[in-house]
Design a protein around this ligand. Structure first.
Ligand code: BYC
Ligand code: FE
Ligand code: FE
Length: 473
């Protein structure tokens, strides 16, 4: 195992000090990153003490410390999980050969593209969440937002390290370009659709961290299986941090649901909006929106890119090594419902070409479990309302379901019928304006929470919920 150099300008466990060229390159990128953070990171609060977790080691026991930190002083570092001795490529055409410690020349472009795509999402999400601090429902939530933000920043560092260490000049150019693209920018947008959508309110933030960060979990899981060992190792460590992002999302939505159920019960007409809360129907629409946008992040159901990623050994399935027996997948097929002549028919797709869909199904099953936990919370709150995930065909922009309209149940329907129901299925401008109207200012007194959300049931790192997670004085 490699010792952590925590005194270095860039904390790392990759022995950066022994590679002066790389160290210089990263130290040159560092001020550009900090400029970007200042311009596009959280608006306000940069001079405040925030009770943050900082990664200081890549080991399961005690990999992080919690303390007050001002965000610009956060120690963004480069941490790879320990090397597995004699690790072999686990799948694809090179299965059984030693894992690559250098970039395999024939796959250079493909690998760089995968890393750039992964990297691009990290700063994008920080940009999307830039203004949320202004309207935080509590200090606890404010702290969680900033925790997610600084760690997405660290994920960017993790990918930039790979680009600069292994991809020469083009890697350096891509590292710079990551600080130039902007979420939602007309001329230089982020690469994937979901990362160009607005995240203007906290219900969106909680849906985003539930559904979009969860795409991160599955994509990182697939890349953690990679035959390119440095990528696998860095993704393994990123997954440790990711768990908290998913927690923030799931518990956030759950607290909104619980509060909404209470306010619905309180109202003589059963209308949570009359009680200053968010009605459950609106929450369902937000779920529909972010689940479908996040499904798009898995790419096409039938994809030659996915087949190439798998064949080359660069990107596996979720838990490829431990969960599957056949790691070659040249003979197997995956049945995929395809729209033909006005109806859906199951078609056999060569498994390698269906790898995006295999990963998407893992993801959708996981999302289903989250919704199950939300529904148990609704039940405990005495509500008979249940959140339901729409079909994976509903409201898609990418893949084979993008050209045809589907109902939330996944039935093909006319685009007229879809449009006629759009306002029932997806958030309207009025819904968004209503949600935003509840969140015009932050709630910053320790222990207080906004009216539209229930308090957290416990605090962070053993601290009470009413702890001063961000010091504003
Ligand atoms: N939006 O063969 P296809 C995270 C493009 S999230 C726009 O169907 P492929 C995080 C595609 O690029 C995890 N474009 O798909 C979460 C291709 O373009 P070209 C991020 C899209 O390539 C929260 C064309 O359509 N990590 O970490 O098999 C906060 C046809 O593509 C989209 C990764 O994504 C889209 N949604 O799969 C912070 C892992 N979907 O080549 C962080 C790396 C597809 O025709 N990326 N396209 O120009 C990949 O593995 C693959 O690039 C994808 C796409 C799975 C994304
Ligand atoms: Fe991330
Ligand atoms: Fe995340």
């Amino acid at each position: 195992m490699t010792a952590i150099d925590y005194e270095a300008r860039i904390p790392n466990n990759v022995d950066l000090a022994s590679d002066k060229r790389l160290q210089r390159a990263l130290e040159k990128w560092q001020p550009a990153f900090l400029d970007w953070w200042g311009a596009m990171g959280p608006e306000g609060f940069q001079g405040r003490d925030v009770f943050l977790r900082t990664a200081v080691s890549a080991h399961a026991d005690g990999w992080a410390v919690f303390d007050y930190v001002k965000m610009p002083d956060y120690r963004w570092g480069i941490f790879l999980s320990d090397r597995v001795p004699d690790r072999k490529i686990a799948f694809g055409d090179h299965a059984g050969l030693p894992a690559w410690q250098e970039v395999p020349g024939e796959y250079r472009n493909m690998l760089q593209r995968l890393i750039v795509t992964q990297a691009d999402t990290e700063p994008a999400s920080v940009e999307q969440q830039r203004y949320l601090g202004q309207t935080a429902p509590s200090l606890y939530d404010l702290r969680n937002l900033f925790q997610v933000n600084v760690e997405e920043g660290r994920h960017l560092w993790a990918m930039v390290y790979l680009l600069q260490a292994y991809f020469g000049r083009t890697g350096h150019e891509e590292a710079d370009a990551l600080l130039v693209r902007r979420s939602g920018d007309a001329d230089h947008p982020r690469i994937l659709d979901a990362f160009n959508q607005k995240c203007p309110d906290w219900l969106t933030f909680f849906c985003f961290t539930t559904f979009t960060d969860r795409d991160g979990k599955y994509q990182l899981g697939a890349l953690a299986e990679s035959g390119f060992d440095p990528l696998a190792r860095t993704c393994r460590f990123m997954l440790t941090e990711e768990a908290h992002h998913l927690f923030v999302g799931e518990k956030g939505v759950q607290r909104v649901l619980t509060r909404s159920a209470e306010l619905t019960a309180l109202d003589p007409n059963g209308d949570a909006r009359n009680q200053g809360g968010i009605d459950l129907d609106t929450i369902q629409k937000y779920v529909n929106y972010w689940f479908s946008y996040s499904l798009d992040l898995f790419g096409g159901e039938i994809s030659s890119n996915a087949a190439d990623f798998f064949a080359s050994g660069l990107k596996g399935r979720w838990k490829e090594e431990s969960k599957y027996e056949d790691h070659i997948c040249t003979d197997a097929v995956q049945m995929v419902p395809v729209y033909r002549d006005g109806r859906l028919v199951e078609e056999a797709v060569p498994l390698r070409n269906a790898m995006n869909e295999v990963l998407r199904q893992e993801y959708a099953d996981d999302c289903d479990k989250v919704v199950g936990r939300w529904n148990r919370a609704l039940e405990s709150a005495g509500s008979s309302f249940r959140i339901k995930l729409p079909s994976t065909r509903f409201h898609r922009r990418q893949g084979i379901y993008a050209d045809q309209a589907y109902s939330p149940d996944g039935e093909p329907i006319s685009s007229e019928l879809f449009e006629a129901n759009r306002s029932r299925w997806l958030p309207t401008d009025a819904d968004r304006a209503y949600v935003a109207s509840l969140m015009t200012r932050g709630v910053y007194e320790p222990g207080k929470v906004a009216h539209w959300i229930s308090p957290p049931d416990k605090g962070i790192d053993g601290r009470p919920a009413e702890f001063e997670y961000v010091r504003l004085t």
